[in-house]
Design a protein around this ligand. Structure first.
Ligand code: PEP
Ligand code: MG
Length: 879
């Protein structure tokens, strides 16, 4: 029989894949003697089996669960539904990789009318009755919302109504009788919505709750989170069933969340939040703004001392910053969860460097523990210090996720998305955020919430996304319904400008200008380690000296792709380029190209200067020519006048360029085959620029790399190469200097992969253009796939956008074939990648495994690629 259920005492930290992160860590904490309520974990395999069985928990798994319920009852000396000693449990999700707030949790399970009644009768403490009804109404609400998917709002409305009737502000001010009444109202609401009585049998409750957690693996927000974080759907979630301990028992109880180091800055100090007389969801959901953890020391000195000890032990054990959930019940501490804490990129770097300095981890481990995607946030703009000095904050919340955000105010996640889609920068202002808001949060420059602490949903999710967030600004007087709020005596409406600082928590009226970030301190230290351990080189895709300089600052070791066409769009050269396109004869075309040549040469000289002798690959003209022709009447007339043609003749030429399928049309090397003079001009520009810059810098060794796009046949390349070589050799001879240069090709058509041996005979280097290669391998358009990809995600045909994350199975197989065949034909062949995938961490790892020489990506992704390349090398060494 296959084992689907494990007691905490049967597991350990190494069993993450099976028990999920939460289950494995609960087991580990139990093993090292920490106070953990003893329950069991249903494995991730049970979850995948549930999906295989058509979303059913099969009899075998169910009977194992019941067997473990009995064991748990035995261990804890309490029984489900028992009237003298009832067992109440929490049912919580826990995947292999942590997905905070994305899946479901049910607390206080096991309560029903009889259990409630007997619990109260058996306890003489008059305050106990209130606690029991408080737990009961929470359970009914949570079960209805999470398990049966009755909207939370119905219950919240009932609570608000009750508070208004009783004239109180907080839930804690409601009496036992009020809560009993609420529990009745909730059950009635359940019946109204579902058409059946609320289930009173604890085992039915448990079955339904486990099913709900399995189901939540597939909810929309979990799917979005997984896509963003590279977590495969096939992993599934485990379910943890654990006896409840009650932070809402009385004033001698409470609950909290804490980090062993500051998750925002990385500073080595205990950071956390605590609420008395509350359950964990109150802290995380941001319903009440909690107190800093140090207050716990005054309230519960013994539990606090024990907690400090636990923190030290856990950090020492896991050698990483821990995020912990705990509860104090009647003064006694219980640990409910520990995991490696989510942190800002800044904190991640500081923690990694500090752990190395503390002798806790090696440099390689430090490199391996940083999520490359996170680095992005460090490269985001900060407020211009001078401008910031001039500004006075209107108010202040908690600096929950660093960075600077300035934009127009929106009040809903949907508005954030819609405004972003039309090109607006927005700041999302909410009473509090909930997990449904995730796509809106992604669309915003920054997030500002009225309620919630550092561990609220908004704060946790924003940190994960690297989005600036200020949370818990209680001074805001919010009117969400009418889309307005007041702060610091000013009323703000939708569309008004606002700036927020996620580091200090300050909120400013108006837009404060921002400046780019720089690499220094811990960031530099870690990147230096990454460079020490990586094998792959990292280049950049840059078409302008400005981008090239930025990329150099960020560590690029060369240009892997300069798309020359981008240079033609500039105002001073588009006219000449259009003349070239609308020429009737070779002579006319050459005359127009002659005008462009000095511009191109100048551009290339600046690039060579910016790269300081490092390699620069210049790709020849690629897109179909119709992309460059004028569309406005006045531009057509102007072009007609300079060409000595009529506007009608120009329009006829433009019409003649139209293609049904331009991405598979007259573009790439096909342009050079039809108009060799274009390739000639570009060769002259490259070689002349290289010669000029080489002359100025004797210590640099410039070897121009000329790259021919969209080659599918070795003969195409041979033809274009012969033009390039003839032109280049003549230029070099005329200059009377020695200069080596290379002619290579993009590999971006499946046929090029299939005939890579032939092509390698002509090419001195390959560079994978995985944008086109993905497009042509799948046969769908890179510009239009967005329209149907969502349906593909929903149908689980795709888990990721293949234009963002390399399809290793299909496209990757072609790449592998091209590498093997290419190197067989020409062992010294160097191979890179310059499609968008060159900056995606999992794709970078694949490129490392393929043995590529370099990846090339946009400037801001260079540090991500450097780190991902180092991690790939370190992982390989460990295996
Ligand atoms: C590619 O196709 O991957 C590539 C880098 O070229 P472009 O995106 O310019 O077509
Ligand atoms: Mg391409």
């Amino acid at each position: 029989m296959h084992k689907y259920v494990y007691l905490f005492s049967e597991g350990n930290a190494k069993m993450r894949e099976l028990l999920g992160g939460k289950g494995a860590n609960l087991a580990e904490m139990s093993n090292i003697g920490m106070p953990v309520p003893q329950g069991f974990t249903i494995t991730t395999e049970a979850c995948t089996q549930y999906y295989k069985d058509g979303k059913k928990i099969n009899d075998e798994i169910m009977s194992q669960i019941m067997e473990y319920v009995a064991k748990m009852e035995e261990i804890n000396g309490k029984r489900f539904g028992d009237l003298t000693n009832p067992l109440l449990v929490s049912v919580r999700s826990g995947a292999r990789a942590s997905m905070p707030g994305m899946m479901d949790t049910i607390l206080n399970l096991g309560l029903n009318d009889e259990v409630v009644k007997s619990m109260i009768e058996n306890n003489p403490d008059p305050k106990f009755e209130r606690f029991v009804y408080d737990s009961y109404r929470r359970f009914i609400q949570m079960f209805s919302d999470v398990v049966m998917e009755v909207g939370k709002k119905y219950f919240e409305q009932l609570i608000d109504k009750m508070k208004a009737e009783k004239g109180v502000k907080f839930d804690t001010e409601l009496t036992a009788a009020d809560l009993r009444e609420l529990a009745e109202q909730f059950k009635a609401e359940y019946k109204k919505q579902i058409g059946e009585d609320f289930p009173s049998d604890p085992k039915t409750q448990l079955y339904e709750a486990i099913r709900a957690v399995f189901r939540s693996w597939d909810n929309p927000r979990a799917n979005v989170y997984r896509r963003d974080n590279d977590i495969p759907y096939s992993w599934g979630t485990a379910v943890n069933v654990m006896p409840m301990v009650f932070g809402n028992l009385n004033e001698n109880s409470g609950t909290g969340v804490a980090f062993t180091r500051d998750p925002a800055t990385g500073e080595k100090k205990l950071m956390g939040e605590f609420l008395t007389n509350a359950q964990g969801e109150d802290v995380v959901a941001g319903v009440r703004t909690p107190m800093p953890i140090k207050h716990m020391e005054e309230l519960f000195p013994e539990a606090y001392a024990q907690f400090l000890d636990v923190c030290n032990k856990l950090e020492d054990h896991y050698r990483d910053m821990q995020d912990m959930e705990f509860t104090v019940e009647n003064g006694k501490l219980y640990m409910l969860q520990c995991r490696s804490g989510k942190r800002t990129a800044q904190a991640a770097l500081k923690i990694a460097c500090d752990l190395v300095d503390e002798g806790m981890i090696s440099e390689q481990q430090a490199v391996a523990m940083i999520d490359p995607r996170n680095l992005d946030t460090l490269l985001h703009p900060q407020f211009d210090a001078k401008e910031l000095k001039k500004a006075t904050p209107l108010g202040r919340g908690l600096g929950a996720s660093p960075g600077a955000a300035a934009g127009k105010i929106v009040f809903t996640a949907e508005d954030a998305e819609a405004w972003k889609a039309r090109g607006e920068k927005v700041v999302l202002v909410r009473l509090e955020t909930s997990p449904e808001d995730i796509t809106g949060m992604k669309a915003a420059q920054g997030i500002l919430t009225v309620r919630g602490g550092m561990t609220s949903h908004a704060a946790v999710v924003a940190r994960g996304m690297g989005t600036c967030c200020v949370s818990g600004c209680g001074d805001i007087n919010m009117d969400e319904e009418n889309k307005r709020f007041t702060l610091g005596g000013k009323e703000f409406h939708e569309g008004d400008a606002l700036s927020i600082d996620g580091s200090t928590g300050n909120i400013y009226d108006g837009l404060i200008p921002t400046v780019d970030a720089v690499i220094g301190g811990d960031f530099k230290r870690l990147m230096d380690w990454a460079d020490k351990y990586r094998v792959l080189r990292v280049r950049t895709n840059a078409d302008t000296p400005r981008d090239a300089k930025k990329a150099r600052e960020l560590g690029a070791e060369g240009i892997g792709l300069c798309r020359t066409e981008h240079m033609f769009f500039e105002a001073d050269r588009i006219a000449a380029f259009r003349e070239m396109i609308c020429s009737d004869t070779v002579e006319e075309r050459e005359a127009a190209l002659e005008k462009i040549l000095p511009y191109q040469q100048g551009d290339f000289e600046e690039l060579y200067e910016a790269l300081e002798g490092n390699p620069v690959t210049i790709r020849f003209l690629d897109p179909p020519l119709h992309e460059f022709v004028p569309t406005e009447d006045k531009d057509i007339e102007l072009l007609a006048a300079t060409q000595g043609k009529t506007p009608a003749e120009i329009r006829a030429i433009i019409d003649g360029l139209k293609e049904f399928n331009p991405m598979m049309g007259h573009r790439g090397c096909r342009l050079a085959v039809t108009y060799p003079e274009i390739a000639k001009m570009q060769t002259k520009a490259v070689i002349r620029a290289a010669i000029n810059v080489q002359k100025k810098h004797a210590d640099w060794r410039i070897v121009p790399e000329i790259m021919i796009p969209l080659v599918g046949d070795a003969k195409e390349l041979k033809f274009v190469k012969s033009i390039v070589v003839k032109t280049a050799d003549a230029e070099i001879a005329a200059a009377g200097i020695e200069m080596k240069y290379e002619v290579g090709t993009m590999i971006e058509i499946p046929r090029a992969c299939l005939t890579a041996d032939e092509i390698a005979k002509e090419a001195e280097f390959f560079c994978f253009g995985t944008n086109d290669l993905t497009q042509m391998t799948y046969g769908f358009s890179r510009d239009d796939a967005g329209k149907f990809l969502n349906a593909y995600y929903d149908a689980k045909i795709f888990e990721n956008d293949p234009f963002a994350k390399l399809d290793q199975v299909g496209v990757g197989k072609l790449m592998k074939m091209a590498c093997t065949m290419g190197k067989e034909a020409r062992p010294e062949l160097h191979i890179g990648i310059c499609g968008e995938h060159g900056g995606d961490p999992s794709s970078v790892e694949f490129c490392h495994k393929l043995g590529l020489t370099y990846v090339s990506c946009s400037p801001f992704r260079v540090p991500i690629a450097r780190l991902a390349a180092a991690q790939a090398a370190i992982r390989e060494q460990r295996q």
